[in-house]
Design a binder for this molecule. Structure first.
Ligand SMILES: [Zn+2]
Length: 135
C-alpha cells in the first residue's frame, strides 16, 4: 500500500500519523498477511528502524481498535495482526505457527445454539487447527 493510501486510511479512521506508526502500518499492509509483534519488529529491524517493541505493540493495538487491521487471537500466547479486516476464517498450523485465510463463503455455519438473552450475533469466525502429516 502506498504511503498516500496509508495516510488516507489513517485520516478516515482518526489515527494520528506519526512516522513510527506509518512505518509499522507500511509493513503490515504491504500485502494480505498475519504477523505477530515479533515478526513486525524483525522486519522493522531489517530496515534499520529503531522503533521500540513497546511502540510496535501499542501501535498494533491502536490499529486494531480503530479497525485498520484485525486482531486474531489463536491462544493467549499467540496474537496475530491481520491486514484483512473483512470477516473470514483461518487455518492455524500448530507445527509452523502459520495462519492462512479461508474465505467466509467457504464455510457455512449452521446449528448455532440460541444466543444468550439480550445479545445479537456479531460474527462467527473459525480457527481450524491443523498439523503437518509425518512423512
Ligand atoms: Zn486472516
Amino acid at each position: 500500500m502506498l504511503r498516500s493510501e496509508i495516510l488516507a486510511r489513517f485520516d478516515s479512521l482518526g489515527i494520528l500519523p506519526t512516522s513510527q506508526r506509518l512505518e509499522i502500518a507500511a509493513i503490515l499492509l504491504e500485502k494480505a498477511q498475519h504477523l505477530s509483534v515479533e515478526q513486525v519488529l524483525t522486519r522493522l529491524r531489517a530496515k534499520d528502524s529503531t522503533v521500540s517493541k513497546a511502540t510496535v505493540y501499542n501501535s498494533l493495538n491502536l490499529f486494531g481498535k480503530k479497525g485498520l487491521i484485525k486482531e486474531c487471537l489463536v491462544d493467549p500466547e499467540r496474537r496475530y495482526y491481520d491486514s484483512t479486516t473483512s470477516p473470514h476464517h483461518h487455518f492455524f498450523n500448530s507445527d509452523t505457527g502459520e495462519l492462512s485465510d479461508i474465505a467466509s463463503e467457504c464455510i457455512e455455519v449452521s446449528g448455532l445454539p440460541d444466543l444468550p438473552k439480550g445479545t445479537q450475533l456479531e460474527s462467527a469466525e473459525l480457527i481450524i487447527r491443523v498439523r503437518n502429516v509425518a512423512d
